[in-house]
Design a protein around this ligand. Structure first.
Ligand SMILES: Cc1ncc(COP(=O)(O)O)c(C=O)c1O
Length: 482
């Protein structure tokens, strides 16, 4: 598209903006079990209005906009109290879980470098920890040691973590909770190990950090995971997930300023304004910050507790429904309102397509390590009203897949052939054709994904990654419309 030679009217351009949603998933219906966290129209309105009120203010300079400084310090204070931290705990508001994790890893790296100059740092990452830790390692040139987890519970294994520690280890990672299976790692044991060896321990509470304290207060048996656990030195927690705030809202917290100081970046090596950044972003809208402040104050402890009760009931009903469906099997027992389940009888990829055709959007997760390919569902408050219907429909969807032959059989031979082709294609030219033959050209995701997922599931990880990079490259290439 060109920038139009003459600008469009406000009404016309806003009409086109709305019309552009035509093919988006209708999340307001409450049948999308991923990506969106919503607590109804009133909370949405509070977030939106606060967001728009601070849309244009710039978080680059808190001395010009002290309101943003106040919002940030208030949010960090609320977060550290919520996570059992004392007044020594400090932190910053970030744009999301990934930024919080990137910062925690960069801070650990620079803490380590100050102690052990010239030694290449390494962090221990359970196989179930979020991909953002691998991204951080990639960006900040840190080595990762991937550590096995318990194959039944999918919780990190402290003995395996202990065995993996080397003299280059800087950081031990634990999740509260993990994305794929919704389980909390044994943080007490992992943090104790870090403390004993003088290492750092980051607890990723991006998914669970906000809601799990309410689950605990409601009597759910959630393992200890926050700053009350000795040895926890940093945490990440997202407001834009179970804090139910508009996106662009997370927090990274450190046990003390001694550690956080490695995160703050100042630069005087240029001719411009004084540059001090707490986070990766520099100029940033005040919108997400004001919105998070507003939503937390609007919902309050009573509002979140009410929501937590509904989520727990929905989670228990969903797990019971999966347990009761012949042919399905839970992967682990979630502490959070998130589930992963698989099947030894039918293709979960075909089941995902079948559910989609019936109006339910669930997520597929490919096989990795002890985690067989599975269907993941994150329950958000907007989904809870549908759980009974979903549980009633699930066995019917399974039977429909079974009746249609059970879905694609794993295409092992084709996968081996493609892997060989891709690995012997250093220029990457052939890869384009392979991607086009698998998912079609034009960068469009096909409606039915079972065959594509079944193939991806059989490819070696490095080949999978290459294909996904090529696919996304194609998807994000503008197609000229003349
Ligand atoms: C456990 C966990 N950590 C980190 C992240 C990354 O968060 P974001 O998508 O906000 O960058 C996620 C996202 O789902 C997550 O589940």
């Amino acid at each position: 598209m060109h920038i139009p030679s003459e600008g469009l009217s406000k009404s016309e351009v806003l009409r086109r903006v709305e019309a552009a949603r035509e093919h988006d998933w209708p999340w307001r219906e409450g049948k999308l079990f991923a990506y969106v966290f919503e607590a109804g129209p009133e909370v949405e309105e509070v977030g939106k209005q606060a967001y728009m009120a601070y849309l244009t203010e710039n978080g680059l300079d808190p001395t010009t906009f002290p309101s943003l400084l106040k919002f940030e310090n208030d949010l960090v204070d609320m977060a550290r109290r919520h996570l059992g931290g004392d007044e020594r705990v400090v932190g910053n508001f970030t744009s999301g879980g990934t930024e919080s994790i990137l910062l925690a890893v960069q801070t650990a790296r620079d803490w380590f470098r100050a102690r052990r100059p010239g030694v290449r740092p390494q962090m221990l990452v359970p196989i179930t920890a979020h991909a953002a830790f691998h991204k951080a390692a990639h960006y900040f040139d840190v080595d990762t040691v991937i550590v096995d987890v318990d194959p039944e519970t999918f919780r990190a294994d402290p003995a395996a973590m202990k065995a993996a520690i080397s003299d280059r280890t800087m950081l031990l990672v634990a999740s509260a909770c993990s994305y794929a299976h919704g389980v909390v790692d044994p943080v007490t044991e992992i943090a104790a190990l870090a403390k004993e060896r003088g290492l750092l321990c980051h607890v990723d509470g991006c998914m669970g950090g906000f809601m799990l304290p309410y689950f605990q207060r409601l009597g759910a048996a959630v393992p200890a995971f926050d700053f009350r656990v000795p040895g926890v030195t940093s945490m990440s927690m997202d407001f834009h997930k179970y804090g139910l705030c508009p996106k662009g809202a997370s927090v990274v917290l450190y046990a003390s300023e001694e550690l956080r100081k490695f995160q703050i970046y100042a630069c005087s090596e240029w001719t411009g304004y004084t540059m001090i950044n707490n986070t990766i972003q520099s100029s940033k809208s005040g919108g997400p910050l004001a919105a998070a402040w507003a939503v937390l104050n609007h919902l309050g402890e009573d509002g979140y507790t009410r929501i937590a009760k509904d989520l727990l009931a929905a989670r228990d009903a969903l797990v019971a429904g999966i347990d009761a469906t012949p042919g399905l099997r839970m992967l682990g027992r979630p502490d959070m309102s998130m589930v992963g389940f698989t099947s030894d009888e039918i293709s979960v990829f075909a089941l995902s397509d079948e559910l989609k055709a019936r109006g339910w959007h669930v997520q597929v997760q490919l096989a990795h390590g002890p985690s067989k390919e599975n269907i993941h569902m994150t329950i958000n408050p907007g989904n809870t009203r549908w759980i009974a219907d979903f549980v009633a429909e699930l066995p019917r969807a399974v039977e429909a897949v079974r009746a249609a032959g059970g879905g694609p059989t794993p295409p092992k031979e084709l996968a081996a052939l493609l892997a060989q082709q891709i690995e012997s294609d250093p220029s990457g030219e052939g890869l384009k054709n392979v991607v086009a033959s698998v998912v079609g050209s034009g960068g469009q995701v096909p409606g039915k994904m079972a065959e594509v997922n079944a193939l991806l599931n059989e490819l070696p990880r490095k080949v999978q990654e290459k294909m996904l990079v090529a696919f996304v490259g194609q998807m994000f290439t503008p197609r000229s419309e003349g």
